[in-house]
Design a protein around this ligand. Structure first.
Ligand SMILES: [Zn+2]
Length: 310
């Protein structure tokens, strides 16, 4: 456990966050650069986020995720329609409502299920990925391959927000005591939304603040298997973060290891206990390495063609 938290603490120190919070970035095995993909001289050694951040639309290629959640890109992405019967994409100016087709399907399916929950008309959808994925100019370390989506923990009162309103409205925090507990904004409906989100077999993990997970551990009755996918993490009290599995048979897409067996409630309670009574710093902990911007050489070779594709 101590080792777990040390690694997590390192990640939090070294990674830029998911809207003001640590973004879970799994260590990903490096996929090798394909030899046919020459990195153009103008792009060599430069931060890849500048090139991916400048792409306004998806590549006209077959949909594919290349690499891992925190070290990759996406081809043939689909844009989530800005407004649907049961969802709205928020912060349109960020142009991060792009993802792989199965992520778009998942978000729309979940929004329809959530619309059946009393008080919830659907979903406010936060960041997914850039049109061609890749490292971002701000925020998230992950969200690079079109399989991550942030969902606001705010029940939509309206689904006809204007563009301007979608820039100005904020979600709400559900935590108190640094994430050890839920606050008065937490409702049983939040648990219903998270259960619906986690029960879908397309989901690999959902990241949520530790106090929220423990609240659900205490209150869940009957089937508890869905709790396994809900993982405690820093931040994630204004939104939860859904990470989908690589689609079956997708080559080039690198999955994260599955969560450990069990409901993960003991681990979440340990996080809470460490928030309330922080353990003394480990004198043998390695010094966090300063984070370096990823370049195209750090990404799978296919990401060059994703950038160069019309
Ligand atoms: Zn996120």
């Amino acid at each position: 456990m101590a080792r777990h938290l040390t690694i997590a603490a390192l990640l939090t120190l070294t990674l830029s966050g998911c809207i003001g919070s640590g973004d879970p970035a799994p260590t990903v095995q490096q996929t090798s650069i394909s030899t046919q993909a020459e990195i153009p001289a103008s792009m060599r050694g430069k931060p890849a986020k500048a090139f991916f951040g400048a792409q306004p639309v998806a590549s006209r290629q077959a949909p594919a995720s290349f690499g891992g959640y925190s070290r990759g890109c996406q081809a043939g992405a689909v844009q989530l329609p800005e407004t649907g019967p049961t969802w709205q994409a928020m912060r349109l100016s960020r142009n991060r409502n792009w993802a792989q087709p199965q992520t778009i399907d998942y978000v729309q399916d979940l929004s329809r299920k959530v619309a059946q929950i009393p008080g919830w008309r659907g979903l406010y959808v936060g960041d997914m990925s850039q049109p061609r994925g890749g490292p971002m100019t701000s925020g998230h370390a992950s969200h690079q391959i079109g399989l991550d989506a942030d969902i606001w923990l705010l029940a939509p009162q309206r689904l006809n927000l204007s563009r301007a309103e979608r820039e100005s409205i904020s979600s709400q925090s559900l935590m108190r005591s640094n994430g050890a507990y839920t606050n008065a904004n937490w409702t049983p409906q939040h648990m219903a939304v998270l259960k619906a989100a986690a029960s879908d077999p397309r989901v690999a993990r959902i990241f949520l603040f530790p106090g929220g997970k423990v609240k659900m551990c205490d209150e869940a009755t009957g089937d508890r298997s869905w709790l396994r996918k809900i993982r405690p993490w820093y931040g994630h009290h204004y939104h939860f973060h859904v990470r989908l599995n690589c689609p079956r048979g997708a080559s080039g897409c690198v999955d994260q290891d599955a969560p450990p067996p069990g409901d993960g409630c003991d681990e979440a309670r340990q996080w809470v206990s460490n928030i309330l009574n922080p353990p003394p710093p480990d004198p043998n902990a390695p010094k966090p390495k300063p984070r370096r911007d990823l370049t195209l050489a750090d990404l799978p070779g296919q990401c060059v063609s994703v950038l160069q594709s019309p």
